[in-house]
Design a protein around this ligand. Structure first.
Ligand SMILES: Nc1ncnc2c1ncn2[C@@H]1O[C@H](COP(=O)(O)OP(=O)(O)O)[C@@H](O)[C@H]1O
Ligand SMILES: NC(=O)OP(=O)(O)O
Length: 319
């Protein structure tokens, strides 16, 4: 059995532009990432793929709102928008990976698991929306939209523009973790926890129901990696490495850092709230709970990163 690696794909890395991004554009981006993931499988890794849905779930929500306004169609709850994007993006990744394995003459099987993630209805994050979704707007556009829709909240997203935010509770448990483990054991490349998972709460009678929110996919991925006892968590994003003093003249790329060093960089405020900080928090959580190493890199560098030749590696301590 190879090293069990959970790879998270950022939702932003699947969209080129803003709301003008087409499904075909997204599939082309998915195909490029699928080739990089196939490289890892060829390297001997057992791979579980997770993905974000930040842009896509916002677009889906907006489509429903426009259809309601223009055609009087019933609105689609946010939790169902999460489920729709999990299925839609999961389908594209599953097809792209399957085709990539066929082209390479590999017998690898692929399956996507609809994944529900338990959250608490008492989570304080329900009262304080923080997860940016959908399109990026200018300040003027955001102010105009806030006037038109008093229930919408906007935040500035890491220097990239203003985005609508929705509640983002902490993930507590991956309901389908045993199914995911079984599929890995049967030799599948598994796609799971798409869009951070479909948020559900447990009722008093122990049954579940969906709740409107978008879970941070890095936190949900870290919980999955812990629950399936993965050795390695790889978070792919738009940059090849994590930097300190990011975007400043003295920015410095990090190659290998320890958990203690990473905690110190967090205290020194090197990682912004809406972008790199959730990835770092998810990495620390995985290493503190069970993991051996975390790699943060871009998808192009996946193979080299697994071979210790690229990316930022976070480890317990220096050997
Ligand atoms: N210290 C940092 N090191 C590297 N990248 C950073 C840092 N701070 C902010 N970033 C930015 O954060 C981005 C990752 O966040 P985001 O795009 O929201 O994630 P995702 O890829 O999951 O959608 C990077 O592509 C980079 O532009
Ligand atoms: N659900 C989620 O965290 O998606 P992104 O990674 O696309 O923001």
């Amino acid at each position: 059995m190879g090293e069990l690696v959970v790879v998270a794909i950022g939702g932003n890395s699947l969209v080129k532009g803003n709301e003008d991004n087409t499904i075909q554009d997204q599939y082309e981006a998915v195909c490029k990432i699928a080739a990089n993931i196939a490289d890892m499988v060829e390297e001997g890794c057992e791979v579980v793929v997770t993905h974000g849905n930040g842009p896509q779930v916002g677009f889906t929500l907006r489509r429903g709102e426009i259809a309601e306004k223009v055609a009087g169609m019933p609105s689609v709850p946010l939790v169902n928008c999460v489920a729709d994007t999990q299925g839609g993006i999961g389908y594209q990744i599953q097809q792209a990976l399957t085709n990539e394995f066929i082209r390479r003459g590999m017998k690898q099987k692929v399956a996507t698991v609809i994944t529900q993630v338990e959250v608490s209805s008492d989570d304080p994050n329900f009262k304080n929306p923080s997860k940016p979704v959908g399109a990026f707007f200018t300040l003027e556009q955001a102010k105009k939209l806030e006037k038109e829709h008093p229930d919408w909240v906007f935040v500035e997203d890491s220097g990239r523009g203003y985005r609508r935010v929705v509640p983002s509770p902490q993930p507590i448990d991956i309901l389908e973790k045993d199914a995911i483990k079984s599929l890995i054991g049967a030799g599948y490349v598994v796609i799971a926890v798409g869009g951070g998972g479909i948020p559900v709460v447990k009722r008093a009678d122990q049954t579940y129901e969906g709740i409107d929110a978008v879970i941070d996919k890095d936190l949900a991925t870290s919980l999955l990696a812990e629950q399936i006892q993965a050795e390695t968590l790889v978070i792919t994003t738009g940059v090849p490495k994590v930097f300190i003093h990011f975007g400043k003249p003295n920015q410095k790329a990090l190659d290998v850092i320890t958990v203690a060093e990473t905690r110190q960089y967090v205290l020194e405020d090197h990682f912004p709230q809406g972008s790199m900080l959730p990835k770092i928090k998810a990495s620390l959580r995985f290493l503190e709970q069970s993991g051996s190493r975390v790699i943060i890199t871009n998808s192009e560098s996946l193979k080299a990163a697994i071979q210790h030749k690229a990316g930022t590696h976070i480890i317990h301590g220096m050997i």
